[in-house]
Design a protein around this ligand. Structure first.
Ligand SMILES: Cc1cc2nc3c(=O)[nH]c(=O)nc-3n(C[C@H](O)[C@H](O)[C@H](O)COP(=O)(O)OP(=O)(O)OC[C@H]3O[C@@H](n4cnc5c(N)ncnc54)[C@H](O)[C@@H]3O)c2cc1C
Length: 284
């Protein structure tokens, strides 16, 4: 289908983009890589009156260090995330999850910020962002504010972003040299997660000193598996310990039943994938 008619604006700075968004009113939409938005427009599931393309705003791209944090511009593509050595060193979990997103064409256009702002419960970058305790910087007509990842994801496809705000960057506390694994279950290659688990651990002398685990598609928003983390921390990285810890994975989740899997199977997957993700990250 052909999208409904809209005005197109391509600002060159964040300030211009915020002004355009404010001027255009509630029916405007920003576009990042367009990999989720364009299909919605073509199916007429979204019909914004104005489309504000962030693609020409250079300040929204790139990765830099800022003290203990890594700062990733929202318009950094998945392709650039995968090639970035700083992300590989300080936030390996982001690279691991990005590797599983769709196919090379979509990874060349799709952006980290777009994936997070879209807040698809099956999207693969939301759980890693939650696991790493990222802070999201957003800019609107009243200025800049920071939102913790734990507060950012509100419901299905719904975030704490206001309609007149733009996500500009993700600040991720450095998890330098932590091992990581994103374990994803889907029925066909290059598809969204039916369930997935993001795990990153710091191992020292065979002991798991710190652990972060979060689940994709086990509720309307990504969920942190705190009980699993508690069961892992300061314990020897053994197969038996990890298996026992993974049994807690479905606690506090609200998985849906749909055509791909029922809630019971999703809970089972969460445990199996958590065991695999932590064991692979821990190298056991
Ligand atoms: C065939 C196919 C397979 C896919 N498979 C996967 C997969 O396996 N895993 C996965 O995670 N994703 C998958 N995707 C989705 C893909 O990752 C998208 O790129 C991503 O969801 C959105 O990123 P985008 O940059 O394209 O954003 P867009 O499509 O441009 O935008 C998505 C939404 O976010 C909003 N938005 C974007 N950027 C900002 C911003 N900076 N500030 C405020 N709002 C913003 C837009 O207004 C829009 O509502 C797939 C997509 C397709 C078409």
């Amino acid at each position: 289908m052909i999208p409904a008619e809209f005005s197109y604006v391509a600002p060159q700075s964040v300030d211009e983009a915020v002004a355009a968004l404010t001027d255009a009113g509630e029916d405007a939409k920003v576009m990042a890589g367009g990999q989720s938005l364009m299909p919605l427009l073509r199916m007429r599931l979204a019909a914004p009156t104005t489309l504000i393309d962030l693609g020409r705003i250079d300040e929204l791209r790139g990765v830099r260090e800022d003290g203990d944090a890594l700062v990733i511009g929202s318009m950094t593509t998945y392709y650039d995330v995968l090639r970035n050595p700083l992300i590989g060193k300080h936030a390996l979990l982001i690279s691991e999850a990005t590797r599983t997103v769709a196919d090379p064409q979509i990874r060349h256009r799709g952006t980290l910020g777009g994936g997070v702002a879209h807040a698809d419960p099956a999207g693969d970058l939301c759980a890693p962002v939650l696991a790493l305790d990222a802070t999201l910087t957003v800019v609107g007509p009243s200025g800049r504010r920071s939102i913790e990842a734990a507060e950012f994801f509100v419901d299905y496809f719904t975030t704490a972003l206001q309609p007149d705000e733009i996500l500009t960057e993700l600040r991720i506390p450095k998890h330098t040299d932590w091992a990581a694994r994103y374990e994803k279950f889907s029925r066909i290659a290059q598809d969204w997660s039916i369930v997935a688990v993001a795990a990153t651990v710091e191992i020292d002398g065979g002991v798991i000193r710190q652990a972060r685990v979060a689940l994709t598609n086990m509720a309307s928003v990504p969920v942190r598996a705190r009980s699993v983390e508690q069961a892992l921390i300061e314990q020897p990285a053994s197969e038996d310990l990890i298996r026992a810890a993974a049994e807690h994975a479905a606690e506090g989740t609200e998985p849906i039943t749909d055509g791909n899997a029922d809630a019971e199977f999703r809970s089972h997957l969460a445990k199996v994938l958590t065991r695999r993700a932590v064991a692979t990250a821990a190298g056991v």
